[in-house]
Design a protein around this ligand. Sequence first.
Ligand SMILES: C[S@@+](CC[C@H](N)C(=O)[O-])C[C@H]1O[C@@H](n2cnc3c(N)ncnc32)[C@H](O)[C@@H]1O
Length: 352
Amino acid sequence: MHEGHIEQLPLICPRCRSPEVQSPLELQQIFKRDGGFILEGFLVCSFQGCQMAYPILAGVPIIVKDVEAWWNAEQSKLSSVACGTPQIRVYFDALSQSEPNRHAEKALLSTYMESHYATHERAPQGFGGFADSGVFWERVVDIAQPDTRHKHALDLGCSVGRCTFELARFSELAVGIDLNFDAVSAAAGMQRTGTVSYERRKRGRCFETVQMPYSPPQNALFLVGDALDPPFLAESFDLVAGLNLIDNVSLPLVLIGQMDALLRDGGTLVLSSPYEWRADIAERAEWLENDALDAATMVRNILEGGLFPQMGLKYEILSELLDVPWVLRHHDRYWSLFLVHLIKARKRELAS
Ligand SMILES: C[S@@+](CC[C@H](N)C(=O)[O-])C[C@H]1O[C@@H](n2cnc3c(N)ncnc32)[C@H](O)[C@@H]1O
C-alpha cells in the first residue's frame, strides 16, 4: 500500500464496528518500506476500547475481523514463504511443491494471472476468439467506463487486480479487496515493481516462469478483506464492482446488500457472474435462482426492487449483456469457458 492512500479513504475497523461506532484505522507502525510503499507494519483501530492491530504483509493490509482465524485458514495455502535467506527459501519452496494445498493455490494463481494479464496466442481452436481473455476485460471496461471521473471505486473479490487497475484509470482511488492473500499480494507486487511475474502452469506440477513489463496505475490500493463484511464507511464509493464473485460467497443476497450499502446515491454497480453455484460454498436456499426464475432475471429483479423489496433497492439497469465469454486456462490442455451475465445499474437518488 502507498502511505498516502490511508489518508484518502478511511479504512474502518471490522472488529468493533456497530451502527454507533465506526472507527478508522491509523497507520501506527512501519517496519519495512520501499519508497512510498509500506511493506510491513500495523494499522491500529483508533477507538480506545478496541485498538485492534491489523498487520500489513508484503504491502497488503489484512483487515478481517478475526486475523488469527484468517491466518490459520490461509497460511498453509500461501504459495510463497517469506524467508530471509536463499537456502531456507529453496528448502521451503521444495516443501511447497509436495504440499497438495499449495500446489492447488499455485495452480489457481496461474489461472487468474493468465486470465487477467495473458493474451492466449495458443488458445484451443474450438474456443475461437473466445479464448482471448481480453474479450472479457474489454466488455468490463466498456460497461464500467463513467462519463466523469470517479472519486472512489471498489472491486470486491479483486483476485490479482486487473479490474481494480482498470477502475483506477478513471478514479482518484480504486480499492481491490479479496480474501486470497496470494492473489492480492501479486496485485500489490505488480503495482510496486511494474512487472507481471508468475508461474504459468503447463501441465501437472510443471510450471514456467512468465515475466513481462506492466505499468499499472499507482492510485490503486489492495487489501485482504471480506466482501461480506467490508472495512469501509457506508456510501464511500461512486462505483462498486463484483466480478464473478456472487457465486463464490456463502450469502449472495448479503453481498448485494453490502454492495448497495457501500455505494453513494447515484453511484454505479457492476456485477458479473456465470452463476456457477456450489453447495459447498452457499447452501442451496441461498442461490439466487429457482425453478421459475433464472439467476440473471432474479438478480435484475432484486436490483430493481421487485424481489426482496424489504432490501429497499431501487436500481435503474443501464446496460446488460447476457453471455459474455469468460475464459479460464488451468493448463495447456484444460480450459474453461463460461458465459457470464454482466450488468451495470445505477443507484437511484432518494428523491427520484
Ligand atoms: C471467481 S474469482 C473472480 C476473481 C475476479 N473478480 C475475476 O473476475 O477474475 C472469485 C474471487 O473472490 C474471492 N472471494 C471469495 N469470497 C470472498 C469474500 N467473502 N470476500 C472477498 N473476496 C472473496 C476469491 O478469493 C476469488 O479471488
